[in-house]
Design a binder for this molecule. Sequence first.
Ligand code: PRT
Ligand code: ZN
Length: 287
Amino acid sequence: MKNRLTIAIQKGGRLSDQSKDLIKKSGINFSTKGDKLLAKSNNLPIDILFVRDDDIPSLVSNGDADLAIVGENVLIEKTLFKKNNTVKVLDLGFSKCRLSIAAPDNKKNMRLANKKIATSYPNILKKYLSDNNINATVTNIHGSVELTPYIGMSDCICDLVSSGATLEANNLKEIKVILNSQAVLIKNKKLSKNKILIAEKVINRMEGVINAIESKYVMLNADTKNLKDICKLLPGSESPTIIPLEDENKVAIHALCQEPIFWETMEQLKNKGASSILVMPVEKILN
Ligand code: PRT
Ligand code: ZN
């Protein structure tokens, strides 16, 4: 039985760079040469498989890949009405987008009943329509979905949106978000004992990298009398470290803040008498 873990990622597309980056930051070294489908890690028993994103859910479900990074929209679309062996293990926080129904600007108040909706996500759309008791026709199309209302193929569309620029350029108005999506880490539910150990190591490391992205390590000095107020202002910090200073009325506070620190927070800290406020990036967290 093969003891190396296979991680599938998108070969070329919106998810590729950040997927590779996450794998590298998790301490899995590999190099990609040319157009190869597989890269072998030289420091861990792991292979990276480069494929089209649409193939990822079935590769994981069939056990050809053990872990994978894919958009949650693709995961749901490909597994919705099927028995499968995949399970989501982590939200990865990148490639955020939404699957939305959009109609031409001049028909933005249209009711969906009895309309024709074009989409590359027929399963998710059908589920939305049936959950909401809407009787509409779903037309499946790959690519250029936004043009279909203008060539008589559809009344409205259901497509991925991130900035909204594509909808705007095609005079389409978003009328309903039916799914919010981002890149997710998935795994096969039935990994062998040997693979579970290495998969858990990868999952914990990736979680550590993801948690660190928003986290900051904050150091500041404060008057002892303001200690409680200042600690309350530190977002997402569980139990700050308080260090006495030579001046008995002052302490240093060190805290791991697991939420972003905005300028406003720093200004509020300063108003409470904090000084020498340092906000530093965190590279990895192992809880
Ligand atoms: O070749 P392969 O099959 O592997 O790739 P693909 O062409 O099918 O997918 P790709 O690389 O385009 O997208 C991969 C994943 O990125 C998607 O499944 C989503 O999870 C995620 N993602 C995030 C997006 C977008 N944002 C996005 N904006 N995928 C597609 N779009 C498209 C959308 O379809 C529309 O055409 O971008 C356009 C809208 O963008 P805005 O910014 O104009 O709103
Ligand atoms: Zn695709």
